[in-house]
Design a binder for this molecule. Structure first.
Ligand SMILES: NC(=O)c1ccc[n+]([C@@H]2O[C@H](COP(=O)([O-])OP(=O)(O)OC[C@H]3O[C@@H](n4cnc5c(N)ncnc54)[C@H](OP(=O)(O)O)[C@@H]3O)[C@@H](O)[C@H]2O)c1
Length: 266
């Protein structure tokens, strides 16, 4: 999983990144870092980027780790470019109360889709209802096939898979996806902490969509900012305090402890 950081420049000889500027980069877990202003990374989201000056002061800078950057872009390009979801189509997303999933559902609604979401607790399911998802269910209780049959008797057009979880994917792909349906293999979170598991290591399928869209990345950020400002796109942050608590925060993500974007505040 990519560890992105947002912080302030405290010492600088660069005009591009002056002291006081807020910057974001995918450098992994750290309290401090040094970088040359021309440093290039193969992973585009690892690049040092400044937070736009007009970023509203009353919004959480945590949004630069969530809605407006990597998870937001993943949701946006995954649904738009990879799934090519259109108004009237039916979208299913899992880990739907997480950073990416909650945005997939909301972007799907903005695009005029019918959105189905599943999550692992009733509390999360209730939040998905508040976000405007059309059909929500707790995948840990009840029958997946029955839920999907009720949610989309006509079948699913777009399956946005954050989890690579066999039971759900088998049910969707065997019984519910429509002919010419599309699947965004976004992530395999069910396999990250399980050496026995064979996940679909196909995050690359979506990465191609994301990196292909990076030229439009800043526009996406703008779109998402515009969505957040008037309250159109809703979000939650699950904040853990203290750098030494970072491993616990990660374990929380792998065990369903977070709703929305998991953030460690240093
Ligand atoms: N391809 C890309 O470009 C890209 C970019 C960003 C993220 N990703 C991937 O997208 C996925 C979601 O990322 P995120 O940042 O939005 O994380 P997140 O939603 O914060 O992920 C955590 C949620 O996933 C669910 N989960 C965890 N373990 C699970 C398991 N074994 N089975 C089923 N569900 C499980 C839990 O929710 P429940 O309580 O609902 O189970 C947990 O709260 C991850 O797989 C991540 O690696 C890919």
């Amino acid at each position: 999983m990519v560890g992105e950081v947002v912080g302030r420049v405290i010492e600088s000889r660069s005009t591009r990144y002056p002291v006081g500027a807020t910057v974001v980069a995918g450098y992994g877990w750290r309290t401090h870092g040094g970088v040359h202003e021309d440093e290039k990374h193969t992973l585009p989201t690892a690049q040092l980027r400044t937070v736009p000056e007009d970023f509203p002061k009353d919004l959480s800078t945590g949004l630069m780790l969530g809605v407006t950057v990597m998870p937001g872009m993943t949701a946006y390009f995954g649904l738009h470019d990879v799934c090519q979801a259109k108004a009237g189509e039916i979208v299913l997303v899992n880990a739907a109360a997480g950073a990416v999933g909650s945005l997939v559902g909301q972007i799907g609604k903005i695009k005029g889709c019918k959105v189905i979401g599943c999550a692992g607790t009733d509390e999360k399911v209730n939040w998905l209802r508040e976000l405007g998802f059309d059909y929500v269910f707790n995948y840990k209780t009840g029958s997946l096939d029955e839920e999907l049959k009720t949610a989309a008797p006509e079948g699913i057009d777009c399956y946005f898979d954050n989890v690579s979880w066999g039971d759900l994917s088998v049910s969707v792909l065997n019984n519910h996806i429509k002919v010419h349906g599309r699947v965004a293999c976004c992530g395999s979170i069910s396999t990250y902490n399980n050496p026995e598991a064979k996940g679909v290591e196909a995050a690359g399928v979506l990465w191609r969509g994301v990196t292909g869209g990076l030229a439009r990345g800043c526009h996406t950020g703008d779109d998402m900012n515009r969505g957040v400002n008037p309250g159109k796109v809703k979000y939650k942050e699950h904040v853990t305090s203290g750098f030494d608590q970072t491993p616990q925060a990660l374990i929380g993500v792998l065990t369903g402890g977070n709703t929305g974007k998991a953030i460690v505040k240093v």
